[in-house]
Design a binder for this molecule. Structure first.
Ligand SMILES: [Zn+2]
Length: 283
């Protein structure tokens, strides 16, 4: 796994450097060979991300159903097979309640991976299966993972803040007390597609994405129980993250490092949620 001889690509500037070089001659980065782990990094981010997301989300959804089977709700099409609030809280739901009343500040990272019903998870996973490969093609798989993570966080931070600061607004504008789902990140992927067209105007991909986003936002305003602030925050976060990582430049090893950090932080947020949540719930 670890490369000990020969040359690798510098994670900062993309030039070839010796794997054991102390410093990149082109850009001055220290230890550009990452102690021999630079090639492994590339392989890691080439893993099939949509499949990993779908598997992890399905596993967590089942775990939430099984944690408290008696609380599972079946009322109405959109709350079919909905885990109870205690399950959602335990595994790392975000919103003004966990973030501000229970100091679970890390939940904007964990909530993306949780879903509140059978249709919720089904629709979101279908979007991810369709959108993630397109974003990986435009931005590279590492930058796609970064956009996915950042937009989930920005969506849930905005929604939790709105729920904390303005709980008196009408329901569709009031932010969320308890909120989960990959849709903030899905809006983030749409935001990244919209940004891409600003850099490469010949590609109409952004027009199409903007159309999807508008339809989904309008739909969200009309449907009860949709976290509109998370969607808007995800759209903005994805757009800004895409802007920050210029898609017309080659993806670098540094992006892979940040992407792995994003995934590790998300996993850590879920684990921290369960460990500390068990104490709060007293089980
Ligand atoms: Zn370099």
């Amino acid at each position: 796994m670890r490369k000990r001889t020969g040359s690798v690509v510098c994670p900062s500037c993309g030039m070839l450097v010796g794997v054991n070089d102390a410093e990149c001659l082109n850009c001055g980065r220290k230890k550009p060979g990452l102690w021999g782990f630079a090639p492994m990094l590339r392989n890691l981010t080439d893993l099939p991300f949509p499949q990993i997301v779908i598997f992890a989300c399905a596993l967590l959804y089942l775990a939430m159903l099984l944690y408290s089977p008696g609380d599972v709700q079946m009322g109405g099409l959109f709350s079919l097979f909905s885990p109870g609030s205690a399950s959602l809280f335990l595994f790392g739901a975000s919103g003004s309640l966990p973030v501000f009343a229970y100091d679970r500040w890390w939940t904007p990272l964990s909530a993306t991976w949780l879903h509140a019903g059978a249709l919720h998870i089904l629709f979101n996973m279908m979007w991810i299966r369709d959108l993630a490969p397109a974003i990986a093609q435009l931005y590279g798989s590492s930058r796609m993972i970064i956009i996915f993570t950042v937009s989930g966080v920005s969506g849930f931070v905005l929604s939790s803040l709105m729920g904390f600061l303005f709980p008196f607004l009408p329901r569709f504008l009031s932010g969320a007390q308890l909120t989960v789902g990959a849709s903030a990140s899905i809006f983030g992927l749409l935001g990244a597609m919209i940004y891409y067209q600003r850099r490469a105007p010949s590609r109409l991909i952004g027009t199409q994405a903007a159309g999807f986003a508008v339809v989904m936002l309008v739909f969200g305003l009309m449907m009860p129980g949709i976290d509109n602030w998370a969607h808007l925050g995800g759209l903005g976060g994805g757009f800004l993250a895409a802007m920050w990582m210029n898609p017309l430049t080659q993806e670098r090893g540094n992006h892979a490092l940040v992407a792995i950090l994003c995934l590790v932080a998300s996993a850590a947020a879920i684990i921290a949620s369960v460990i500390t949540g068990l104490e709060v719930l007293g089980r």
